[in-house]
Design a protein around this ligand. Sequence first.
Ligand code: GH3
Ligand code: MG
Ligand code: MG
Ligand code: MG
Ligand code: MG
Length: 312
Amino acid sequence: YIPKENIQAFDYLRKLLVQLQKNASIKVLVVDDSIATLNYITTLLERHYFNVFNANNGVEALEMTEQHPDIKLVITDHEMPEMDGVSLTTHLRKNFSNENMGIIGVSSSDNKALSARFIKNGANDYLAKPFCTEEFYCRVLQNITLLEQVETIHRQANTDYLTQLPNRRYFFHVCKNMINKRPSTERMFAIMDIDHFKSVNDRYGHDIGDIVLQHSATLLQRHFGEQCIARFGGEEFVVFFENTSRNEALRVLEGFRVDLQDTAVSVVQATVKVTVSIGFASSHNLGLNELIKIADQRLYTAKEIGRNQIVS
Ligand code: GH3
Ligand code: MG
Ligand code: MG
Ligand code: MG
Ligand code: MG
């Protein structure tokens, strides 16, 4: 028998532990030319188990963010040799958006316009020195929470809810970037559409149809995990290949097609099997939209000539 208060205490400690473990994965960079201030702020952050990095001026801070581009929060003094806090903020904003990296300006300057200068140049927040520790923690935690919320929104906006695969929006964004980066390499695109999927829904119900889609997505991830994949719409999935030969792409597609055909999905009182038709297109110079159009026509052909096959 464990008393109720103890259970509550355990629960509280468990939650605290999870929070502290999470903090340990958050990198915070403290920038100050005063060693005393640097140590003080570092101690405050380490009490909450943040992963703290130090720099003595803006130049060192920029180098640090190059080495650790995943730094989540920068807390910077203003008056420092080499490069001051406002200039550091301006430089950082060329590489890191205020959604990816938070910046809090800190200064004991009695110049009232400094907080505005920090914020105009891209800082998320400002703290006047001396500050009380409560205010310090409130601002740090609030800024980190906000960054995490934005990250969650981005992730959700780019993920298909049912299958947890990247969605169409993410797919276009990433593929366009890939093509822009390497405009002259061969690009390959495949669009796949589950055969007679409407009859799966009609026969087993929409819920089971959903499970079949999730199953297909899992197989897709297993076969094309390295490539850019997405749920394009209803029962349609796409793959964009990079750093692969045409033969290899077709070989992997065929592997997926056969695996899907051969794996039954076990659901209550039934096992469901589906097949997929695939349209494939490759080119050295066509844009993404043209490539999609060609692959889509070939998918249509695959449907017409009997389904469960690749047309390339
Ligand atoms: P074909 O072989 O020609 O592709 O036939 P099909 O039945 O697969 O094609 P059709 O386009 O007629 O039907 C697609 C079906 O996919 C219709 C739609 O209700 C179903 N669908 C789309 N999205 C979802 C979903 O999220 N869950 C479920 N269960 N069904 C979906
Ligand atoms: Mg200073
Ligand atoms: Mg379809
Ligand atoms: Mg279909
Ligand atoms: Mg159809």
